[in-house]
Design a binder for this molecule. Structure first.
Ligand code: HEM
Ligand code: HEM
Length: 301
């Protein structure tokens, strides 16, 4: 079946958002967050000299601006095409609103000089928007049932574990933002142990936050492995199965990147990839759940 124009635009917006998240993480990791001291302009102009930290910070803003335009066009085309599905129209408008709020939070991080709560909220809103644009991409994709009716119960189990995994990944990512913005990234200086112990002395808040992030990371990985295991029973070639397998492999890679981030003393490449893979995991599991939900509705009716 042919893809609609708005589906293609939502898909492009999903990849664009992943790229933007990666860039945002590079902005922080390269210490470029305050390279432009003002907002919405940078040194009073929209066309500053793109050197040093200004390159990363201003590029992040330009890519964010392009996302707002891209998503607004997708919403407009989707509005005309989705007369029978008002939910898609409404959630797409919510997406535009979310992007505008997010841009204001981006500006506030600069104007208020990076308060932890604002920076972490900026990360959380980015992940929320990614979830929304991923759902819109999934539900506007061409419909095809790849799962047979006798597998309905298995599909419902996969969906439940998928929801649990997505919620865990979102929570873990916001916690990661707290670890990053409260400067707790290196409070456990060794890996995989922390102060040479499996369970470190849990007295300082920073150690508790960091250790909880490591622990939850392992729980996320277990949930992704269970998801892949359960999906393995679905038909070969089913998109749901492919996404579940991909998420499990990425989960292993993500835990390795977490450890590498500490080992490399928060080097730019591992920490920025750590943000990108977190976002990709959220998008993969959200897509899987949305597809599974749609297939289940088709099979049940
Ligand atoms: C023009 C609007 C925007 C501005 C001025 C802006 C500004 C910034 C700044 C200064 C940082 C570094 C924050 C820090 O070091 O604490 C940042 C990081 C980030 N931005 Fe934006 N941003 C904007 C729009 C967006 C949008 C639309 C998204 C995604 C939908 C986004 C996603 C991110 C992410 C994921 C990070 C990394 C956060 C972290 O490391 O915890 N930004 N942004
Ligand atoms: C598998 C699930 C995991 C997910 C989804 C995840 C996600 C994240 C996210 C989104 C951030 C914030 C990055 C940002 O603000 O841009 C973060 C930070 C961090 N994560 Fe993870 N993480 C996981 C597992 C781990 C593990 C197992 C470790 C092991 C040590 C780890 C170590 C770190 C560190 C050190 C930071 C702070 C980076 C910094 O200060 O720049 N993560 N994580």
């Amino acid at each position: 079946m042919k893809s609609s124009a708005h589906h293609k635009l939502y898909l492009l917006a999903t990849f664009w958002t992943l790229g933007l998240l990666f860039l945002g993480s590079i902005v922080h990791a390269t210490g470029s967050s305050l390279a432009c001291p003002d907002w919405p302009t940078c040194y009073g102009t929209m066309f500053p000299k793109m050197t040093g930290g200004i390159f990363w910070e201003h590029l992040h803003r330009l890519v964010a601006g392009a996302l707002v335009i891209l998503f607004a066009v997708a919403t407009w085309i989707g509005w005309k095409a989705e007369e029978k599905r008002p939910g898609i129209r409404i959630w797409s408008c919510v997406g535009i609103l979310l992007l505008l709020v997010q841009s204001v939070f981006g500006g506030l991080t600069v104007i208020l000089k990076l308060p932890d709560a604002i920076s972490t909220t900026h990360l959380a809103l980015a992940f929320l928007f990614l979830t929304l644009v991923t759902v819109l991409t999934a539900v506007t994709s061409p419909q095809s049932t790849t799962v047979e009716k006798q597998n309905l119960k298995k599909l419902s189990d996969v969906e439940k574990i998928g929801v649990l995994s997505a919620v865990l990944i979102f929570g873990q990512s916001v916690l990661g933002g707290v670890v990053r913005h409260t400067g707790a990234g290196l409070v456990c200086p060794d890996v995989p142990l922390c102060f040479g112990e499996w369970i470190p002395p849990l007295e300082a808040v920073s150690v508790i936050t960091h250790f909880t992030h490591r622990l939850l990371g392992i729980i996320v990985l277990i949930s992704l492995i269970v998801l892949a295991y359960k999906s393995f029973d679905l038909q070969r070639g089913s998109q749901i199965r492919t996404f579940a397998m991909t998420a499990a492999v990425l989960g292993v890679f993500q835990v390795i990147l977490g450890f590498l981030s500490v080992y490399s003393l928060l080097a730019i490449i591992p920490v920025s990839l750590h943000t990108l893979i977190a976002a990709t995991l959220l998008s993969c599991t959200t897509y899987l759940v949305s597809l599974s939900w749609r297939e289940r509705l088709i099979l049940e009716n």
